[in-house]
Structures are given as structure tokens and as C-alpha cells.
Write a protein that binds this ligand. Structure first.
Ligand code: ADP
Ligand code: MG
Length: 254
């Protein structure tokens, strides 16, 4: 069996008295899209934040492409990553949040090429060429020279996706990327995400967009109360939910 791109084993996270994650095990095969659905407070954001070590797990392990997230293994020993190592790790794990702040004083293309030049050491020509390719992918070829203030929320979110992809990440994490958008702007962002998924990048997406989950995900995980209650391919999960909790959740939102 080939190694999963993301491997999560018995992950627990507590905040004081709150058990946000209560022992979660899941893996995402290379190139697949997993959608996380579930009520607010079920632990979706905490799970994503543990994958790029914005949160440190209380217990359990996260591996990305075989390497433990937040730790360095050498000679059978394991130590916590230092700041530089964590920054390098996060550069390879793209994340798009509900609100994503672009640098307002930089144009769209300058926002995208800054990281690849300064962090990845790409030449300006290489970074610009890749930025144009990605802008085309997310449907913003005409906006390379625009400034963020002049873009709609949906356009800004698509720039954020292109900017994350420009870092050539191993995985892309999305935390409710369309939740803050006006309804008429949601579709264009979901379409951009679909285009990105078609490039074969491994994705974990917390979303309330069931249509997207159904069309794009290979697997959907229903989370409730810090646990993965039910997981299956979208058709099985949405058409034949097993647990009362999932039936109730789907009944509320569909
Ligand atoms: P979701 O993204 O599914 O809405 P979250 O992962 O944000 O869920 O939250 C899961 C639980 O953990 C909630 O009870 C939330 O209040 C709690 N929680 C999340 N982050 C923190 C934090 N930094 N401090 C304290 N509690 C938190
Ligand atoms: Mg959340």
C-alpha cells in the first residue's frame, strides 16, 4: 500500500476543560480530497490547525508525507521543531481561512510571488510565470495588476488560494473558505477549489457546502463533539447516513 499523504492517529486536543478532539484517526491518500462536515464546535478547525501545527496536539500524532508534524526524527529520537523548522513545514502546508488577508499595498501578482521568491528562492521570472498560470486556474488572469481593495471577497479568496498554491505545498487545508462570502460569490470560489483539486493536490476542506463535498471529495467525514462519527464516500454518506446524528445534521441543512 502506498503511504497516505496525511496520517492522523488518535489525535486529542484539549483547551482547559474543553476536549475539542477526542481521539481522531484518519488518513488522506495522496491526491485525494477529504471534506469535513459537522456542526459548529465539532472540532473541524482544531483538526486542520493541528495538521499544520498551529495547534499542538495534546495526544496522538499527525504525519504529512511520512514526516511527523511539529517534530524532527533522527537516530530513533524525536524532538520538537524549532521556529525555523516550523516555518519551513508550514510553507509546504497551504492553508486558506474564512478570512484571508492579502497585503493591501501589493498588487495581486506581487502578493503571489513574494513567498516563492523569498522563501523558495525562485527567480522572479519563474515566480511570475507560475503566478500567471495559477491566476488563470482560479479565473483571475485579468486581475494580476489589481490591488486587493479593488477586488470582491470572492476574488480575494481566489487570490489567497493562488498564493497558497504558489508555495508548491504538499497539501492544502481549507477552513470554511466560503463562509464569510456573500452567497453570489460562493460558487466562483468553489469552482476555483475544484480546479485546484484537479491538479492532484491533496486537500482537507472544512465546509458547509454539501454540493461541493458531493462533487469533489473522495471521502466525507462527519464530525460531532470532537469525534469522527461517520466517514464514507459522499454518495454513501449523504444518501444512506447511518447515525441518527448525521441524519439530524443533514435534515437541518439540506
Ligand atoms: P469547528 O471548527 O467545528 O466549529 P472548533 O475546532 O473551532 O470547531 O472548536 C472545537 C471546540 O474547541 C469548541 O468547543 C471550541 O469552543 C473549542 N476551542 C477551539 N479553539 C479554542 C481555543 N483556542 N481555546 C479554547 N477553546 C477552543
Ligand atoms: Mg471552524
Amino acid at each position: 500500500m502506498t503511504q497516505a499523504m496525511i496520517d492522523i492517529r488518535d489525535l486529542k486536543k484539549t483547551f482547559g476543560q474543553v476536549q475539542a478532539l477526542k481521539g481522531l484517526t484518519m488518513s488522506v491518500p495522496r491526491g485525494e480530497v477529504v471534506c469535513l462536515i459537522g456542526p459548529s464546535g465539532s472540532g473541524k478547525s482544531t483538526l486542520l490547525r493541528c495538521v499544520n501545527h498551529l495547534e499542538q496536539p495534546s495526544f496522538g500524532e499527525v504525519r504529512v508525507d511520512g514526516a511527523p508534524v511539529g517534530f524532527v526524527e533522527a537516530g530513533g529520537r524525536k524532538r520538537a521543531m524549532n521556529g525555523r523548522e516550523l516555518a519551513a513545514l508550514r510553507a509546504r502546508i497551504g492553508m486558506v481561512f474564512q478570512h484571508f488577508y492579502l497585503w493591501p499595498h501589493l498588487s495581486v501578482i506581487e502578493n503571489i510571488i513574494a513567498g516563492p521568491i523569498s522563501v523558495l528562492g525562485q527567480s522572479k521570472e519563474e515566480a511570475v510565470a507560475e503566478a500567471h498560470r495559477l491566476l488563470d486556474k482560479v479565473g483571475l488572469a485579468a486581475k494580476a495588476g489589481a490591488y486587493p481593495d479593488h477586488l470582491s471577497g470572492g476574488q480575494r479568496q481566489r487570490v489567497a488560494i493562488a498564493r497558497a498554491m504558489a508555495m508548491r505545498p504538499k497539501v492544502m487545508l481549507f477552513d470554511e473558505p466560503t463562509s464569510a462570502l456573500d452567497p453570489e460569490l460562493v460558487g466562483e470560489v468553489l469552482h476555483a477549489m475544484k480546479q485546484i483539486a484537479a491538479e492532484g493536490i491533496t486537500m482537507m476542506v472544512a465546509t458547509h457546502e454539501m454540493g461541493f463535498a458531493r462533487r469533489v471529495a473522495q471521502k466525507v467525514v462527519f464530525m460531532a463533539d470532537g469525534r469522527d462519527v461517520e466517514a464514507a464516500d459522499p454518495q454513501t454518506l449523504f444518501d444512506t447516513p447511518k447515525s441518527e446524528r448525521l441524519r439530524h445534521f443533514l435534515g437541518q441543512i439540506l
